[in-house]
Ligand binder design. Structure first.
Ligand SMILES: *[C@@H]1O[C@H](CO)[C@@H](O)[C@H](O)[C@H]1NC(C)=O
Length: 395
C-alpha cells in the first residue's frame, strides 16, 4: 500500500521535471542550426563556441527560451569592444515564430535583411547596428505590428524608407542614422514615437507638417538634403528635448515657440532659415546654433540666458544687446559667436576682461571690434566687413 503511493509521487515528479525543461520546438532547433551555419566569430570572439547542438540550445549564449520556443536572440558577445560576428543573417530567422527580441552586436555581418523577418509577428525589438547590412529595407517589415524599437544604424542600407515601416503602430524608437537611404521621410503614425534619428543619409524632399507625432522627444535629421519649411511641423512638437536639423536645405521661419520647448540642444545651423528671430520669452536652452542661415533683424536680448550661442554667418544687424555682454563678462555665456553678420556696435569696455573659459567673436561685421578676441580660424582674418557691403545692406 505505502509503496504504491511512492510510485505515484515519483511519476508526478517526473512529469513536473519534463514540463520545466521542455524540449525545444524542432522548427526553432533547425532554424538555429541554419542561423549558426551562416555566421562566424570574428578573430578574438568566442561567442559561437557554446553553440553545440548536442546540448540544449536554450542554454546557448544569446539564446533565450520560454517553454519550447526561442523568444530572444542576442547574437554576438555584448561586452563593449568585443569583436563581433561575420557572415550573413539566414532567412531561417523568420521561422523563430515566438521571437520578441533580435539583436546583433557591431561586427561584419553582410548581405541583406532577410524579408522573412516579417513573419516574426511578436517581434518588439530589432537592433542590428554597426555592421555591413546592405540593400533595401523590406517593405514587409511593416507587418511587424508589435515592433517598438528598430535600430539599423551604421550600415550600408540603400533605397527609401518604406511608408509601411513609418506606419508601424507601436514604434517608440526608430534609428536609421549613418546609412545611404534616399527618398523622402515617411509619415510616422505611432503616437508613442519618442526618438527618431535619420542623420547622415541622403534623404530629400520636404516634410509634411503632420509627418511626426507630438510625442517625439529626440529628433535628428541632420546631414541630409531635406528642403522646405518646418515651422508648422515644429510648433506641434512641444515635447522635444533634442533637435538637430543641421546641414540640410530647410527654409522659412524658425517659429518663436520652439525656443520655449524643453530642448537642451538646438542645432539648426547650415540651412536656409530666414526672417527675424522674434523671441517672446527668455531662452533657457543651453546650446543654440543658428549659424550659417539667412536670419536677419536685431539680435534679441532674450538670448542672454543661452550658454553657447552661435549666430554667426547670418544677416543680423543693429547693436549687440547689453544683456549678452553682461552675461558674457559674468562667465554665464561661454560661446558668443556673432562673426559674419552686419552688426553695427557693441557696448563693451575695451579693457573688459573676458573670462578665460568664454569666447566672443565679432569679426567681419559692420564695426571695428572694440576688443581683441580669438576667433575660430574659419572666421578669416578680416576684422571688418567692407563698407560697401554694409551700406548696400542698409539700403
Ligand atoms: C504624409 O501625409 C501627408 C498628409 O496626409 C501627405 O500629404 C504626404 O504626401 C504624406 N507623405 C508621404 C511621404 O507619404
Amino acid at each position: 500500500m505505502g509503496s504504491s503511493y511512492i510510485w505515484v509521487f515519483l511519476l508526478l515528479q517526473c512529469k513536473f521535471i519534463f514540463l520545466v525543461s521542455a524540449i525545444l520546438d524542432p522548427v526553432d532547433f533547425l532554424a538555429l542550426q541554419s542561423i549558426r551555419k551562416s555566421l562566424d566569430d570574428m578573430p578574438g570572439s568566442n561567442f559561437l563556441t557554446s553553440w553545440d547542438f548536442t546540448s540544449d540550445p536554450c542554454n546557448f549564449a544569446g539564446v533565450y527560451c520560454d517553454g519550447n520556443k526561442v523568444i530572444a536572440l542576442n547574437l554576438g558577445d555584448p561586452r563593449a569592444g568585443a569583436p563581433g560576428l561575420s557572415g550573413r543573417l539566414d532567412p531561417a530567422i523568420g521561422k523563430l515564430s515566438a521571437l520578441a527580441e533580435l539583436s546583433v552586436v557591431p561586427g561584419r555581418i553582410m548581405g541583406r535583411l532577410p524579408g522573412t523577418l516579417s513573419n516574426l509577428k511578436n517581434l518588439r525589438f530589432l537592433a542590428i547596428s554597426r555592421n555591413f547590412i546592405s540593400g533595401d529595407i523590406p517593405a514587409s517589415l511593416g507587418d511587424l505590428r508589435n515592433l517598438k524599437t528598430l535600430d539599423l544604424s551604421y550600415n550600408q542600407l540603400t533605397g527609401s524608407i518604406p511608408n509601411s515601416v513609418g506606419s508601424l503602430p507601436a514604434l517608440t524608437i526608430f534609428i536609421l542614422c549613418h546609412n545611404k537611404l534616399s527618398g523622402s521621410v515617411p509619415n510616422f503614425s505611432s503616437r508613442s514615437l519618442t526618438r527618431l534619428d535619420l542623420k547622415h543619409n541622403d534623404l530629400s524632399g520636404s516634410i509634411s507638417p503632420v509627418s511626426l507625432p507630438p510625442s517625439i522627444q529626440y529628433l535628428s535629421l541632420s546631414w541630409n538634403r531635406l528642403t522646405g519649411p518646418v515651422d508648422r511641423l515644429l510648433i506641434r512638437l512641444n515635447q522635444l528635448n533634442y533637435l538637430d536639423l543641421s546641414l540640410n536645405q530647410f527654409n522659412g521661419y524658425i517659429p518663436p515657440r520652439l525656443f520655449t520647448f524643453p530642448i537642451s540642444n538646438l542645432q539648426l545651423q547650415r540651412n536656409q532659415f530666414c526672417g527675424p528671430v522674434q523671441l517672446v520669452n527668455q531662452v533657457t536652452i543651453p546650446t543654440v546654433d543658428l549659424s550659417y542661415n539667412r536670419l536677419w533683424g536685431q539680435v534679441s536680448p532674450l538670448f542672454s540666458t543661452v550658454q553657447n550661442l552661435y549666430l554667426n554667418n547670418n544677416r543680423f544687424s543693429g547693436r549687440v544687446p547689453a544683456s549678452l555682454v553682461d552675461r558674457l563678462l559674468g562667465g554665464n555665456i561661454q560661446i558668443l559667436y556673432l562673426q559674419h553678420n552686419y552688426l553695427t556696435g557693441i557696448e563693451i569696455n575695451p579693457t573688459a576682461e573676458i573670462p578665460l573659459r568664454s569666447s566672443l567673436c565679432l569679426q567681419y561685421n559692420c564695426m571695428v571690434p572694440p576688443v581683441e578676441t580669438p576667433c575660430p580660424l574659419k572666421a578669416g582674418t578680416q576684422k571688418t566687413r567692407p563698407a560697401t557691403q554694409c551700406n548696400e545692406y542698409r539700403g
